[in-house]
Ligand binder design. Structure first.
Ligand SMILES: *Cc1c(COP(=O)(O)O)cnc(C)c1O
Length: 362
């Protein structure tokens, strides 16, 4: 068990709460955070919940130079019953350990960290927004903190969890997005780190996103790095195609991030009696399905948006319109069902929902 110290802010130190109807994403942070340190000889130590504050980092901290940095993203939701719920949090912490192993970083004890995470969320429960569709975004992060310029695994790390109240992704309802299919840039390569939630992947993706946005597109669709024809992901989301009577998603080949929303969607779609297939799918197949009328829906999946319907794809000068630019029935049904589970409003046959039990933290 982690020896967890809690240093609560004094009432005067507490921040004022933001306007819940205008939260945006990831720019407001709560009063407290969780931090612990790692030393290769000691293991994890000094686990504490304390005031949200700056770190003191050596300018030679290895995360800053060589990118040993990984993160996770999940949310706490306030139900209509005023209870607070997490969705599959153990899966995020397990995935974090997979990212850690790939980056030669130390693993964490998922049970200990989940306990600390739940304690932190309980302390910050007044920060979980009550507005429909809003939530408290949870960002577990690990960075290499050892000072050194040699390229090798660091011997010291900081693990922390910060919390940010975020608004509804679709305050005015779904808005299917216009996607630019890039054959110039790639997100990840076989043998690389595409299946790890590691900082450099996102730095590498920004240029393609900026260029797509300049041309009026919302996001980039990534093709495989070798043949530039197999579809991988869309922006920072996994992707699904409803073609004919199949729901198709690319297989976890190693260059794709294994999304928890992706897994939840596959489980629900199967449960509903539809055919889910994980198989390689080319951009040409999607455009051909668009032309012959068998392409019904395209949508991205991820914690931030849950489901993001795609209205059109642009590739090599051609546009493939999807469902006349409207949200499809499957995307809508998946969004409604997942949201309803996440807010604790529908039954939980898969054991995905974790209620934060008030009064256990301190
Ligand atoms: C986090 C992430 C996803 C979605 O994962 P979820 O667990 O569903 O939130 C998909 N692709 C990339 C590149 C990601 O970073």
């Amino acid at each position: 068990m982690l020896d967890l110290t809690i240093e609560k802010a004094t009432p005067e130190q507490l921040k004022s709460k933001p306007d819940e109807t205008n939260l945006g994403f990831g720019s407001i942070f709560t009063d407290h955070m969780f931090v612990m340190h790692y030393d290769v000889n000691k293991g994890w130590y000094d686990a504490k919940i304390c005031r949200y504050q700056n770190f003191s980092l050596d300018p030679a901290a290895m995360a800053l130079h060589y990118g040993q940095a990984i993160f996770e993203g999940l949310k706490a939701y306030r139900g209509k019953d005023n209870q607070i719920y997490l969705f599959r949090p153990q899966d995020n912490l397990r995935r974090m350990n997979i990212s850690a192993s790939r980056m030669c970083m130390p693993t964490i004890d998922p049970d200990d960290v989940l306990n600390a995470l739940e304690t932190l969320v309980e302390i910050e429960q007044d920060w979980v927004p009550g507005v429909n569709g809003a939530s408290l975004y949870i960002r577990p992060t690990m960075i290499a903190s050892e000072a050194g310029l040699g390229v090798r695994p660091a011997t010291e790390y900081i693990f922390f969890i910060i919390l940010s109240p975020v608004g509804a992704y679709y305050p005015e309802g779904f808005n299917p997005v216009k996607i630019f299919v890039t054959d110039t840039y790639v997100r990840a390569v076989p043998g690389g780190v595409g299946n790890a939630k590691t900082a450099g992947n996102y730095a590498a993706s920004i240029m393609a996103a900026v260029e797509a946005q300049k041309q009026g597109f919302t996001q980039v669709l990534w093709l495989d790095a070798v043949e530039r024809k197999y579809i991988e992901e869309v922006g920072t989301m996994n992707i699904f195609f409803a073609i004919g009577d199949e729901v198709i998603t690319p297989p976890l080949s190693g260059s794709i991030l294994p999304g928890i929303t992706r897994d939840s969607v596959m489980t629900l779609v199967k449960e509903w009696g539809l055919k889910v297939v994980e198989r390689p799918i080319t951009i040409d197949e999607v455009f051909a399905a668009g032309k012959n009328g068998s392409l019904k829906e395209v949508f991205g999946t991820g914690t931030a948006a849950v489901i993001s319907p795609v209205g059109s794809l642009y590739y090599k000068g051609e546009t493939c319109s999807v469902n006349n630019g409207k949200t499809g029935n499957l995307a809508q049904r998946l969004f409604d069902e997942l949201q309803s589970m996440q807010y604790g409003a529908s039954s939980d046959p898969f054991g995905w929902v974790e209620q934060i039990t008030p009064g256990t933290a301190y």
